[in-house]
Design a protein around this ligand. Structure first.
Ligand code: ADP
Length: 273
């Protein structure tokens, strides 16, 4: 870890002046290289917060800092380059007629010289294992391939943070696996910070920390083992808990002396044997 890469301080937001806050008083700091899973019921403000973090929306109060720089109208283009976003619907994020055009698009906007652009496209596609599809039409790819091309477009801009807004939610298990695997590899290689909004608790269990959003507030920040011990509280918010946690609880209420600490699936199987 090499210090804070993105931080929020007292961030509040509403979509219309006469409406209630959609986000209220959000504060956090995320270290370079961390994997954050953001969970919370639908409508709790996760996507809105993601868009604020990369400058697509501006908070009405509070500040976002990216690498120590305050996000504002002047810094927003730097921030967009530094904080990339992959959205849920793979079909809504393509602009190029071919995969390579698409990956190059962000760099064209930044005025990256052509020879460097070609090299970066090549490299980024290799990183997500899509180099064989350079000339393909994005629309004809599978969901997982589309999301990996979207990732390549971000990687080519050399970001510090990648925000995934339910980026695997519309994919089949294979596509989901491919995207998560690509992200893990990239994270490892570049010490990237990953913020993943997800309903997949098995994925969230792998994160360094989990942010729990509820009704526009960041109600809890803690490592997965602590979050999943909040079983009933999470369910009260309409959130699920991992199967291992339910089983652990069920065993405990039936008189088994299960440890009170959080056990993931592997730990629980070991304890059961
Ligand atoms: P989540 O990602 O947790 O599902 P969102 O950030 O999408 O939550 O939404 C938070 C709240 O803001 C919801 O009440 C939603 O209806 C509202 N909202 C989201 N997008 C818009 C928009 N473009 N205009 C007005 N209200 C919106």
């Amino acid at each position: 870890m090499v210090g804070e890469v993105i931080a929020a301080s007292g961030v509040s937001f509403k979509y219309a002046p006469d409406e209630a806050d959609v986000l209220s008083n959000i504060s956090f700091a995320i270290e370079q290289g961390e994997w954050i899973a953001m969970i919370g019921p639908n409508g709790s403000g996760k996507s809105t917060l993601a868009k604020i973090m990369n400058g697509l929306l501006a908070p009405h109060s509070g500040t976002i800092q990216v690498k120590g720089e305050t996000l504002n109208e002047e810094t927003v283009w730097n921030v967009r380059q530094s904080v990339g976003m992959v959205f849920q619907n793979p079909d809504n994020q393509f602009v190029g007629a071919t995969v390579e055009d698409d990956v190059a698009f962000g760099m064209e906007n930044l005025g990256v010289p052509r020879p460097e652009m070609i090299e970066r496209v090549e490299h980024a596609l290799e990183e997500v294992n899509m180099q064989a599809y350079k000339q393909h039409e994005p629309a004809k790819l599978s969901g997982g391939q589309k999301q990996r091309v979207a990732l390549a477009g971000i990687i080519a801009l050399r970001p510090d943070v990648i925000i995934m807004d339910e980026a695997t939610a519309m994919l089949d298990p294979m596509g989901r696996y491919e995207v998560i695997e690509a992200i893990e590899r990239l994270k490892e290689r570049y010490n990237l910070t990953v913020i993943s909004i997800t309903h997949d608790l098995d994925e969230a269990a792998e994160a360094d920390r989990i942010f729990v959003m509820n009704q526009g507030q960041l109600v809890k920040i803690a490592p997965p083992e602590e979050i999943f011990l909040m079983g009933e509280e999470l369910m009260g918010m309409g959130l699920d808990v991992p199967f291992s946690q339910k089983l652990q609880k069920a065993l405990s209420t039936r008189g088994f002396a299960v440890p009170e600490t959080y056990l993931d699936e592997e730990d629980l199987l070991q304890w059961l044997s």
